[in-house]
Design a protein around this ligand. Sequence first.
Ligand SMILES: [Zn+2]
Length: 291
Amino acid sequence: MSLSGPINDSNVGFGHLKWEKGFEEWNEIPRQLGNEQEAQVAATTSMASLSLPTSLTPPTDAQEADLTYSYDPTIMNRIQVQEEAIGSSPTRRDADSIQLESDCKLDRMVSAVTTILECIGENASREGLQKTPERYARAMLYFTKGYEEEIDSVVNGGIFHENHDGLVIVKNIRISSLCEHHLVPFTGTIHAGYVPDGRLLGLSKIARLAEIFSRRLQVQERLTNQIAAVIEQVIEPSGVGVIMEASHLCMVMRGVEKTTSTTVTSCMLGCMRSNAQLRDEFLTLVQSKTF
Ligand SMILES: [Zn+2]
């Protein structure tokens, strides 16, 4: 693991849109996203037929029963997730150097935090702060544990052959991440959907993938793109859409201090980008409170 592992913004080619509340052209969607009630839900799931938009109907029992997964263990041999292509490539070191790094990493972090405390004028040895550097170091390692997790091991066993050709949406995935510019949190909600092309991704896997990428230093735009890109890579669907709404403490606590501001980003790939009707269906279902 490396807290300074290279992370690039190379995936700017994705069709993402960004807007913030208050921007006229997008003010309808963000107002309806991420309401307080939905925010309490860790993740809810909906599936719907593609025969929309005239009828936004949930799947029938027969359609649900038709979702009999058949797992193909050979799939993961064929699909190798390339993190570089997704735009986040933490440095992987050999086992010896990882162990060496682990041995001294905590000490270095404790020393660094102690320095920060002293630089802001605190007495780092007073009772209340004595354990703070170590607490902070351990917390920071947890907040960035996504660097240690392998995409392949998360999705392994979670890809299934299935002919379902309607949207699959996982809504209200709560995430917490750290802004890479200020190292302060931003928290929000992700809605991810895709149109399968012969393969389904286990529903919990989407939330797991979102967790991995959010537990790295991030900017919201890249986090949104990476979640869409990894779904595209592992199951090669016809299209992917990811929408994220988040509140950034670096905006709330400093600078402009827009305490109620939230930022919404989206990434649409494949048919979700090229097909306006499909994209509208996705947005409608994401905003729907009936699923
Ligand atoms: Zn920031």
